[in-house]
Ligand binder design. Structure first.
Ligand code: ADP
Ligand code: MG
Length: 707
C-alpha cells in the first residue's frame, strides 16, 4: 500500500506524470478518484493460456510464445503499414499481424517471450493467424495487465485506449493508501458485497468474472444507498415541519363532485382521498400524482385546491407553460362556474380574475397581485412566475405544481418566508406528472415523495386506431391525413429520436434534432402538404416562441405541427386527431404510448400511425403491447426491463450515475438499499454517528443534486 489518496492529482502520480495527466484532464479525469471510478464497460476473458496447436478460428485466446521472426513492410495500398511476426511455443507456431502500428517491430524482439491475446482469424486460404493481438512481456515479474487474465475494456473515450488506461490504473491501485469504507461492514456482509478496496481492485482487475460482477454490484448498491439516504433524509426533515391542518368538509367535496359531468374513475377517487387525508395532517404533504396524459389529474388538483380554499386558505397551482396554466384556469371556470371564492390567472401575457357567476374580468397585473396578496383570491393559477416575481401570497396552504417532479428546497423556502415567522408553517405540496416512470425508478428518484397513481383512463374514451405504416403505405397515409385536415381536424408529426453514437451534450442533440425537424418541416410544407398550415416545435425555440406556436395549434390556426420528441407536455387539444410518429422503432413503448395519448381526447375518431422504414415483426409486437396496455406506467416497467432506464429517460435527464441507473433494473437491490438506508436513519437521522458516511453522502449529493 502506498501514498496515493483519492484526491491526489493524476499529474502528480509518478507512473502517469504531467504529459498523460494533461491528456486525462481533457477527459475530465483529474484525480486518482476520477481515474479509479472510471469503470470498465466490460471484460475480456483471456485468463486461460492456450497451446498454439489447439487454436481454432474465430476464438478469442491468449498464447505464451517466443518471437521467432518479425518484419514490417508497406502494403501495396500505400497508406497501410503491416508488421508481421512468427511466434511459437512447444506445440507449434502461428503468424501475428498488426496494421499501422510500426512500433510493434521495435518492442517484440526476436528471442523474447510474450503473452499474446486476441482473435484467431482465418484467411481465405484457410490459414489461421492472430489479428492485432495485444501483447505483454511474459518475462517481467508481477501480475499481467493486458493478457493471460480477465482484461478490463473501458468505455471508448477519445484518444485513450483501454490498454493505455490499464497501464495507468494498475500502478495507481498498487500505490493507493488503504481507504476506509463508507458503507458499514455489517451492511456489506449482510448483502454479500465486497469492501471498498477489494471492489476497486476487482472492478478493474478481477480474478474471475464473478468477482467483477460483485464489485459492480457493490458500487451500484453504494449509489442507490446514497440516493435513498438523501431522499429519506429529506423526507424525515420535512416530516418534522408543521403544516396547516386542512379539515375535509365531506358534504362540500361531494357537492363539488356532483357538479362534474362525469363520475371519477376508481383510481381518481383513491388519489383524491389520499391527497385530502394528507392535507388534514399536521405535517406537510409531499405527494406525486402520476397519471397518463388525459387520465384526469387536473380535476383532482382542482378539487384539492377548492377544498383548501373552502377551509379559508389560499392554494396555488403552477404550470410549466402559459397555455397549461390557462387550461387549468378554464377547467376550474368550466366545472365550477358558481364558485365565488376568487380565482386568479397570472401569466406574462394574461391576467384574469374570476369571482363566480360569469364575473370574469381581464385586469392589470397590479390588480391581480393586490387581490392575491389580500387573500381575496383563494386560488392563484399561473406559471412559476407566480412565486418568483414579487407576488406576495396570502397564507398559502397548498402548492400544486404540474409537470415538475421536484419542488426545489429553495422554492419551498420562498413560500415559507411568506407565511410569516410567528408560526413557521410549510404548505402542503402536490406535484403532478404524466411522465411514465416505473415504480422502481420513482422509488429511487423521488424516494422522498409519496405517490398516487391514476392507473386507468376515463371510460368514455374512444379507442384510438393504431397502425404500423411501412414505406409502401406512406403515400396513402398522407392522403388520409389531408382528407382529415380538410374535415377540420389537426395532426401531430413527431420526428425520429436522435441517437448519437457517442455521448454528446444536450446542446449537440438539440442541434441534430433541429436539423431533422427542419428537414421534415420543409418536406411536408413543399412536397406533401403544400396547401396546409404547418408549424415547427423544437428545443431551440425560446419559451415565448414555443408558447405562441402551441397556442396557434391549440386554437386551430395551424393544421399540422412537426415536433421533436419533446412535445409540450400535457396540452389538451381535443381537435387534434392524428398522431404520426416517424422512426417509431426508435422509441420506447412507454414513450410511444405517451405520444398516442395526445390524441383521442375529443369527440372525433383519432388515429396513431407508427411510421417505420423497416416494418418488422417487432413493430407489430409493440403495437399489440401498446393497444393492450392499461397505462403508460405499466409499459414503462416493461421498457425498463427490456432496455434499461437510460434508454427512455436519458441519463442526463435524471442526473443519475450510470451504475445506479443500471442497478434500478434490479428491484431487489433498490429495496435492499432502501431498507438499509432506513435502518441507519431511524436511529441516527443526521448521520452523527456515521461521520464518514455523512461526508461521502455530501460529496455524492453535490454531484447528483447540484442545487
Ligand atoms: P391530465 O391532466 O391527467 O392530462 P385532464 O385532467 O386534463 O388530464 O383530463 C382530460 C380530460 O378528461 C378533461 O377534459 C377532463 O375533464 C376529462 N375527465 C377527467 N376525469 C374524467 C372522468 N372520470 N370521466 C370522464 N372524463 C374525465
Ligand atoms: Mg394535465
Amino acid at each position: 500500500m502506498g501514498a496515493l489518496t483519492p484526491e491526489t492529482p493524476l499529474a502528480e502520480v509518478r507512473s502517469i506524470g504531467a504529459r498523460f495527466g494533461a491528456k486525462l484532464k481533457r477527459l475530465e479525469l483529474q484525480t486518482v478518484r476520477d481515474l479509479l471510478f472510471h469503470f470498465p464497460a466490460r471484460y475480456e476473458d483471456f485468463s486461460r493460456i492456450y497451446d498454439i496447436a489447439d487454436l481454432i478460428p474465430n476464438q478469442e485466446a491468449t498464447v505464451q510464445a517466443r518471437v521467432d521472426e518479425i518484419d514490417g513492410r508497406r502494403a501495396f495500398r500505400r497508406n497501410l503499414y503491416i508488421v508481421e511476426a512468427l511466434i511459437s511455443d512447444e506445440t507449434g507456431s502461428i503468424r501475428a499481424v498488426w496494421f499501422n502500428q510500426p512500433y510493434v517491430r521495435n518492442v517484440l524482439q526476436p528471442g523474447r517471450t510474450f503473452n499474446f491475446s486476441g482473435r484467431v482469424t482465418q484467411s481465405k486460404t484457410g490459414e489461421i493467424h492472430f489479428a492485432s493481438p495485444t501483447y505483454e512481456s511474459a518475462e517481467a515479474l508481477g501480475e499481467t495487465k493486458h493478457t493471460a487474465r480477465i482484461v478490463p475494456v473501458y468505455p471508448e473515450t477519445k484518444g485513450l485506449t483501454s490498454k493505455g488506461l490499464r497501464f495507468m490504473v494498475k500502478p495507481v491501485l498498487d500505490e493507493l493508501k488503504a481507504l476506509p469504507d463508507p458503507i458499514p461492514g455489517a451492511i456489506l456482509a449482510k448483502n454479500g458485497l465486497p469492501d471498498l478496496m477489494t471492489a476497486l481492485r476487482d472492478i478493474h482487475f478481477p480474478g474471475t468474472l464473478d468477482e467483477a460482477f460483485l464489485a459492480k454490484r457493490r458500487f451500484a448498491f453504494e449509489d442507490l444507498f446514497y440516493l435513498q439516504l438523501y431522499n429519506l433524509g429529506q423526507k424525515i426533515a420535512l416530516s418534522e415541519e408543521k403544516a396547516p391542518e386542512i379539515k375535509v368538509d365531506l358534504p362540500f367535496v361531494k357537492d363539488l363532485l356532483g357538479h362534474l359531468p362525469f363520475e371519477l374513475t376508481p383510481s381518481q377517487k383513491q388519489a383524491l382521498w389520499e391527497i385530502l387525508k394528507d392535507m388534514e395532517a399536521v405535517r406537510p404533504m409531499n405527494r406525486l400524482l402520476q397519471g397518463d396524459v388525459g387520465s384526469g389529474k387536473t380535476v383532482i388538483a382542482a378539487i384539492a385546491a377548492l377544498s383548501a380554499a373552502h377551509a379559508g386558505y389560499q392554494a396555488v397551482l403552477m404550470a410549466p407553460t402559459e397555455i397549461l396554466a390557462r387550461q387549468h384556469y378554464l377547467t376550474l371556470r368550466k366545472f365550477f362556474p358558481e364558485w365565488e371564492g376568487g380565482v386568479a390567472l397570472v401569466t406574462a401575457s394574461d391576467r384574469r380574475l374570476f369571482y363566480g357567476h360569469g364575473l370574469e374580468s381581464a385586469v392589470a397585473k397590479e390588480k391581480a397581485v393586490a387581490e392575491i396578496g389580500s387573500g381575496r383570491v383563494k386560488i392563484a393559477l399561473g406559471t412559476q412566475a407566480l412565486i418568483q416575481k414579487g407576488i406576495t401570497l396570502s397564507d398559502p396552504a397548498l402548492v400544486i405544481v404540474d409537470e415538475q417532479h421536484r419542488f426545489g428546497v429553495k422554492q419551498r423556502a420562498l413560500l415559507v418566508r411568506q407565511t410569516g415567522d410567528k408560526k413557521r408553517e410549510i404548505p402542503h405540496f402536490l406535484s403532478m406528472s404524466a411522465t411514465p416512470i416505473p415504480r422502481t425508478l420513482s422509488l429511487t428518484l423521488f424516494g422522498d415523495l409519496d405517490i398516487s397513481l391514476i392507473s386507468e383512463m376515463p371510460k368514455d374514451r374512444k379507442p384510438i386506431i393504431t397502425k404500423a405504416v411501412g414505406p409502401a403505405d406512406r403515400a396513402k397515409t398522407y392522403t388520409f391525413i389531408k382528407s382529415e385536415v380538410r374535415k377540420g381536424r389537426q395532426a401531430f408529426v413527431v420526428c425520429p429520436r436522435i441517437e448519437p453514437k457517442e455521448e454528446v451534450s444536450t446542446a449537440e442533440i438539440q442541434k441534430l434534432e433541429l436539423k431533422s425537424v427542419k428537414e421534415e418541416y420543409e418536406k411536408l410544407k413543399t412536397k406533401i402538404f403544400p396547401d396546409l398550415k404547418i408549424a415547427m416545435l423544437h428545443g431551440r425555440l425560446k419559451a415565448a416562441e414555443k408558447e405562441a406556436t402551441m397556442r396557434d395549434f391549440a386554437e386551430g390556426r395551424t393544421d399540422v405541427i412537426v415536433t421533436t420528441a419533446v412535445i409540450e407536455v400535457g396540452v389538451d387539444v381535443p381537435n387534434a386527431t392524428i398522431m404520426m410518429i416517424e422512426g417509431a422503432d426508435r422509441f420506447g413503448l412507454a414513450q410511444l404510448y405517451q405520444f398516442r395519448g395526445r390524441v383521442g381526447r375529443g369527440e372525433h375518431q383519432s388515429y396513431c400511425f407508427l411510421m417505420s422504414d423497416t416494418p418488422s415483426q417487432t413493430v407489430n409486437a409493440r403495437i399489440k403491447a401498446i393497444i393492450a396496455a392499461k397505462n403508460g406506467f405499466e409499459l414503462a416497467e416493461q421498457d425498463l426491463k427490456m432496455r434499461g432506464p437510460g434508454e427512455f429517460l436519458g441519463n442526463s435527464q435524471t442526473g443519475m450515475p450510470d451504475l445506479a441507473m443500471k442497478a434500478i433494473q434490479n428491484p431487489d437491490l433498490v429495496k435492499e438499499a432502501r431498507d438499509e438506508a432506513w435502518d441507519i436513519l431511524k436511529d441516527d437521522k443526521n448521520l452523527a454517528r456515521h461521520p464518514f458516511l455523512k461526508k461521502e453522502l455530501a460529496r455524492f449529493t453535490g454531484q447528483v443534486h447540484p442545487e
